[in-house]
Structures are given as structure tokens and as C-alpha cells.
Design a protein around this ligand. Structure first.
Ligand code: R5P
Length: 312
């Protein structure tokens, strides 16, 4: 694109946005992102964006609704200030696990959020490891869907573990786990998970052999940590030598950090799509940066070059 590339950040993950701008070799766009005294969100874009190719970096992590509102108002402000094209860069797409009705009289919240983003004026979406790829179809604007799999499998290879079995902690994650498995050449195990109530995970059964192996649980989201810790317990009960975990997004809600710290899991590797404090990371959680990948995707979108080449 001929117009000037500008990257702005909401308040959700300014450190990641800053890193992305550094990789692009440009300063982060200046903006005021705050609230009025009555807690309404207040936004002002402080750079001239007339004719710009503008990118707004804002994972919609906790406080989820507030960060969504910041994103919507930043997009609106950019549109009204005559940016030529606006890309919402949402490394972690909140509400993604509410992408279908599980019982009667429920909303499809992931679709409502998609509608809001498009209605606010986003021309494109750049996102990462959506809970399910079908969410791309919630948008009638172009979606570039990055995957952290290369980054994570590179890290796993560097750990030089032997006899690895990749484990999907629920049937919904089998494609993701199998992609991971194929890239490193390991075997696969699949756990059947049941949620007796929201945010509670129970492991029912497992298919695959884990005895004497290094079990690596691969998941997209680590929220309460229940899925991870219950899966790890099952793997240890079934004779795994040790349990490791690779996740993409770590919203770590409630007591997740403590649960993981006290668990049998040796090491948890996640990315920085969502910021984590040092206390949350503790000794077990290692965070890999997705900034170079997102920066490269932004560069390619700006230059009209293929983005899928980044992860295929
Ligand atoms: C569920 O389908 C996802 O892939 C994750 O397994 C889930 O979001 C993890 O949530 P929690 O950590 O709360 O068990």
C-alpha cells in the first residue's frame, strides 16, 4: 500500500505493541487511551492519520469488555480522522470460546464481537490462533489468521526431550495437537474432556500410549488452568515420565497461576499475546514473544505480500 504505515496500541498489551513497532522500525503512534471520571472510555489519536494504513494492536483479554470498547473507539477515531485503511490486530480474540450455542437461549458472543469490530470501521483483522478457525467466517472483511505453532515447536525442539507424546486435552484441540505432532515427529494422545459446569474441567478417558514418555499437552488457551492440571494428573496416573505444556494464550484467570505452580507439570510455555506479571509466571511459565511474527505480518499486509507463507 502506498500510504504511511502507523501502529497504535490500546491499553491491553502496550509492551507487545511497542515490540512490534520496534521490529517494524517505526515509533508507536501517539494516542490518549484512558477513561473519564465516570469510567466511560476516552480515546484521542494524537498523530495525523489522514490517508494512513493504520493498525491497532489490542488483544481482548481482561478486562475483556473494557478492552473491546477501547478497540472499537480507536477504530472509530481513526476512521473519522480519515485513515485510509484500518486493521484490528487482535493477537488474542476474547469471546472466541462462545462461538456457538451450547444450550437454548444463549448468545453467540464471538459473532456479536465480530459484528462490533466491523461496524466500528475495521477494514481487516489480523489475529492469532483463534479458538476455532470457523470464527474467521464471522467476519465479512479479510482475516489474516496467524499461528504460533512454528514458534512453539522450535522451542520444543530446543528442549531436546526424548520419547515425546503430544497430548490434546480435549477432542476440539485434536487438529492443533496433530499439526504440532506432525511438525516434530512424535506420537499423539487424545483426552476426552467434560465440563460439568462453566470453567470446570473433568477428564473422562484417553486414547494413546503415554507410559514412560514425556507428555506435552498442546492447547490454545490456558484460562483457569483446570484443563491443563486435570490432564496432567491423568497423564501422570497413566505412567507418563514427565508432563510439559505448550499453550498460545494465557489469560490465567482466578487461581490459575497457583494451580500450575503446585501441579505436577514441569514447564509451561506460552506466548505474550496476553501480558503476564512476574508473579503469574512464577518458576514454571516461560513466555515466548510473538512480536516478530506479528510485525512481519503487518509488513506483508502493508506491502500486499502473502501472509499465509509465514506459517504454511
Ligand atoms: C477449550 O476448549 C480450550 O481449548 C481450552 O482447553 C480451555 O479454554 C482451557 O480452559 P481452562 O484453563 O479454564 O480449563
Amino acid at each position: 500500500m502506498d500510504s504511511k504505515l502507523q501502529v497504535f496500541s490500546g491499553s491491553a498489551n502496550p509492551a507487545l505493541a511497542g515490540e512490534i513497532a520496534d521490529h517494524l522500525g517505526i515509533p508507536l503512534g501517539r494516542s490518549f487511551v484512558g477513561t473519564f471520571k465516570d469510567e466511560e472510555t476516552r480515546i484521542r489519536i494524537e498523530d495525523n492519520v489522514r490517508g494512513a494504513d493504520a493498525f491497532v494492536v489490542q488483544p481482548t483479554c481482561k478486562p475483556v469488555d473494557h478492552h473491546i470498547m477501547e478497540l472499537l473507539l480507536m477504530i472509530d477515531a481513526l476512521r473519522r480522522a480519515s485513515a485510509r485503511r484500518i486493521t484490528a490486530v487482535i493477537p488474542y480474540y476474547g469471546y472466541a470460546r462462545q462461538e456457538k450455542k451450547t444450550t437454548g437461549r444463549e448468545p453467540i458472543s464471538g459473532k456479536v464481537v465480530a459484528n462490533l469490530i466491523a461496524t466500528a470501521g475495521a477494514n481487516r483483522l489480523l489475529t492469532m490462533d483463534l479458538h476455532t478457525p470457523a470464527i474467521e467466517g464471522f467476519f465479512d472483511i479479510p482475516v489474516d489468521h496467524l499461528r504460533a505453532v512454528k514458534l512453539l515447536t522450535t522451542k520444543l525442539r530446543q528442549m531436546h526431550l526424548e520419547d515425546v507424546v503430544i497430548v490434546s486435552p480435549d477432542p476440539g484441540g485434536v487438529l492443533r495437537a496433530n499439526d504440532f505432532r506432525a511438525r516434530i515427529g512424535a506420537s499423539l494422545a487424545i483426552i476426552a474432556k467434560h465440563r460439568p459446569q462453566p470453567d470446570v474441567a473433568e477428564m473422562l478417558e484417553m486414547v494413546g500410549e503415554v507410559r514412560g514418555k514425556n507428555a506435552v499437552i498442546v492447547d490454545d488457551i490456558i484460562s483457569t488452568g483446570g484443563t491443563l492440571v486435570e490432564a496432567a494428573n491423568m497423564l501422570m496416573d497413566r505412567g507418563a515420565k514427565a508432563v510439559y505444556s505448550f499453550g498460545v494464550h494465557a489469560p490465567l484467570s482466578g487461581g490459575a497461576a497457583g494451580l500450575i505452580a503446585r501441579s505436577a507439570i514441569q514447564q509451561v510455555v506460552v506466548t505474550n499475546t496476553i501480558p503476564l506479571t512476574a508473579a503469574q509466571k512464577g518458576d514454571k511459565i516461560e513466555v515466548l514473544t510473538v512480536a516478530p511474527l506479528i510485525a512481519e505480518a503487518i509488513k506483508r499486509i502493508h506491502e500486499d505480500v502473502s501472509v499465509s507463507a509465514l506459517f504454511t
